[in-house]
Design a protein around this ligand. Structure first.
Ligand code: ADP
Ligand code: CKP
Ligand code: MG
Length: 309
């Protein structure tokens, strides 16, 4: 039994050692990532337990993902070994947009995309405080999407990060599928941003977005504004926190660190501002390095950051 369950595809990340187009990059640094795994690690750094429902390949990378996840405290009991290969991706940094990264996937047909409703252990999901997934899992395959719907059906409480990846599906398909999920299930915490909200609702204004998401059954909205910071809404409460100005190495994974940190503290009854500030701290540290989850701080380390920085 775990506090939080996440469903998604863990991936091997090859992060460019130098900036620029991949064809000129000679060295890559390996990291373990994937949005829902990053999220789980952030939940755990803030002292709740988290398990990942996923599939990895019967290969060295699959074993690497399981061992790394276990070493970070993730409950790996629900990660299945599949005969397909473990998905990988490369991170191209700083080109063509400075300070931004582009993800180049090699994941079609991967083990992770074979995730299916049969992988969703009913007791495991029912007993968790909260079940989390993202638009990435909805996009990678029909069976993975069905797994998310099954888990959300069984969940006591749900959080969802829209994470729309234009390389994985069309905006129309993303809108149709995500709105179907939001229409069907009440979401305790929705994590999203103006780009995704433009696709989903045709608007970007945070207040207007909260009004519309609320009509769809969203209780709390965590609205990320990239280098500007983030704003959170719950009922009549609204809190904004500006991002910190730090050197950016690779922003990949910042949103997941923020989401996992926020949810973990939210579930522990911390107030919205506390959870938001800790989420901002986690994302700030993550953008400063290559790798999506190594820098995600514990609650105590984030407190030190807030006091001393
Ligand atoms: P995602 O990684 O999901 O795309 P964002 O890019 O919105 O999410 O980033 C989430 C958080 O990471 C932001 O709210 C902010 O705190 C931090 N962040 C992102 N980009 C920067 C940046 N360039 N400088 C400082 N902080 C950043
Ligand atoms: O939205 P974020 O930058 O926080 O998400 C990053 C993750 O799962 C990254 O680990 C990558 O593997 C992915 O999102 C993805 O599939 O795009
Ligand atoms: Mg994101």
């Amino acid at each position: 039994m775990v506090d939080v369950v996440a469903l998604g595809e863990p991936l091997i990340q090859f992060n460019s050692f130098t900036l620029g187009p991949l064809r000129f990059v000679n060295y890559f640094e390996k990291h373990i990532a994937g949005s829902e795994l990053n999220f789980c690690i952030a939940v755990i750094r803030n002292h709740l337990s988290c398990g990942l429902i996923a599939r990895v390949g019967n290969d060295e990378f699959g074993r690497n993902i399981i061992e790394y996840s276990r070493s970070q405290g993730v409950d790996v009991s629900q990660i299945k070994i599949d005969d397909s290969f473990t998905g990988i991706y490369f991170v191209q940094r700083g080109y063509p947009i400075p300070l931004k990264s582009e993800l180049i996937y090699y994941r079609k047909g991967s083990a992770g995309s074979k995730l299916s409703p049969e992988d969703v252990n009913e007791d495991y999901v029912r007993t968790a405080k909260l079940v989390h997934s993202t638009g990435i899992t909805l996009a990678i395959s029909e069976s993975a999407k069905d797994a998310v719907f099954k888990a959300f059906e069984l969940a006591k409480m749900r959080s969802f990060d829209t994470n729309i990846r234009p390389k994985l599906w069309t905006p129309e398909k993303a809108r149709e599928t995500i709105l179907k999920l939001l229409g069907k299930y009440d979401i305790e915490v929705l994590i999203t941003d103006p780009d995704d909200t433009k696709i989903l609702l045709g608007i970007t204004d945070p207040d207007e977005a909260y009004r519309k998401y609320k009509e769809l059954g969203v209780k709390t909205l965590l609205y990320k504004l990239g280098a500007k910071g983030a704003v959170v809404f719950k009922d009549n409460l609204k809190a904004f926190k500006e991002a910190y100005k730090v050197p950016v190495e690779d922003p990949t994974g910042a949103g997941d660190a923020m989401a996992g940190t926020f949810i973990s503290l939210y579930l522990q009854g911390k107030d919205l501002e506390y959870a938001l500030h800790h989420g901002i701290v986690a994302s700030t540290l993550v953008v400063m390095v290559r790798g999506d989850n190594e820098m995600t701080p514990t609650t105590e380390d984030a407190e030190r950051f807030l006091k001393e920085f």
